[in-house]
Design a protein around this ligand. Sequence first.
Ligand code: FAD
Length: 458
Amino acid sequence: MADNQSDLVILGGGSGGYACALRASQLGLSVTLIEGAELGGTCLHRGCIPTKALLHSAEVADTARESEAFGIEATLTGINMPKVLEYKSGVISRLYKGLQGLVKSRGVNYVQGWGKLTSPTTVDVDGTTYTGKSVVLGTGSYARSIPGLEIGGRILTSDEALELAEVPGSAIVLGGGVIGVEFASIWNSFGAEVTIIEALPRLVANEDEACSKALERAFRKRGITAKTGIKFASATQDDQGVHVTLEDGSTLDADYLLVAIGRGPKTDGLGFEQVGVAMDRGFVTVDENLQTSVPGVYAVGDIVPGLQLAHRGFAQGIFLAEHLADQSPAPIIESGIPRVTYCDPEVASVGLTEAQAKAQYGESAIKSIEYNLGGNGKSQILGTAGFVKLVALDNGQVVGVHLVGARVGELIGEGELIVNWEADADDVANLIHAHPSQSEAIGEAHLALAGKPLHAHA
Ligand SMILES: Cc1cc2nc3c(=O)[nH]c(=O)nc-3n(C[C@H](O)[C@H](O)[C@H](O)COP(=O)(O)OP(=O)(O)OC[C@H]3O[C@@H](n4cnc5c(N)ncnc54)[C@H](O)[C@@H]3O)c2cc1C
């Protein structure tokens, strides 16, 4: 095919777009991938990876600060923020190089430039038209702000917060969702005084209520203030700092204000509506095969309503490539996608919350159990509190796994297998978990659910 014609034209080289490109080329389809900024998108450059690098630096700081409790005589003398940023950039640039190499080696036609959809089969980049038998939209998302609240100076979104070359003495975090609590956790570990403002009644409100309560308790212990159920009214800034007023009239001052109230779809002015792509509040709506209202035009990632997570984007990209290559891939079930909030302690979950399960199956058809990490040897060694909560149907099938505690994000892979393979408590109770490991807590929770608890009171 000519250079400007391919089986697939993909607009946006983030998690969704590049995963689709890599899988499609693996399946023998010719692919043009158009990216205006940097291959890898939000996740690699301004999202998952940089935040987790900062969280790791934060963990090192906490370990040094608390070393005495473990009999180690170390002193935390300071946080060298430029050095932290250098470490973070090093991680990104290694992954970025690797990804660029992958895209090249798979024979993807990579086009650097901002594209616009001009018809169901064409994308224009600076006057050059790229034609595809199918077009995939994967233009991602941006950090939203409140109307009238201008970003700049001391008022930041996660984009600016990731580049901040100093540790704030104090910070107000507007929004107690995933991004807000992760930054609150980082800055607190670095020594800042942090206040979170959340309009909903609890932090990480999409999680099971028990997880929110445990996180709020842990944050309180760490000295992070969470003001929940209260709305932001306005903010001003001057040389001294930011001054925030809440709807109840109370005021707060800090060095910085982080606006972390969610992410909007990047779909404005890209020709989608003109071509007839149906939208819902800026998001692109799709059918079960990720096809938009326009035949041959598909969408993946954050612009599709649902969980805004990188691994959902990867999964959708792979699904779509396989679908277009007539491989009949299994549909993606949104509730089977694992979710991790990487603050300290971590919150990880997959499947239904207790409230969702009760709404779906009826109150009496659901049982739940919490196994406290107090009984888990490895968690005691690490000095972390938390729990494993299982939500199950009365026939024993586990429909939700919810975890709180240091490092539990690494455990959710097992939770994912349990929920997505529709395992029963008995199935998992029979599996042996290595001792002492945090994964044992998952085994113990299933032993308890199966009616034979070991390190737990019956
Ligand atoms: C601070 C933060 C932390 C996060 N942490 C996590 C985490 O720990 N785990 C997790 O799973 N998710 C996390 N996310 C979410 C994750 O980053 C997104 O879900 C993911 O990046 C979405 O992928 P995407 O492909 O839809 O969009 P994006 O990654 O946003 O990529 C879209 C790409 O399209 C390009 N583009 C847009 N318009 C055009 C155009 N007209 N022409 C050409 N190119 C265009 C953009 O430049 C961009 O590179 C985090 C997000 C943030 C902001």
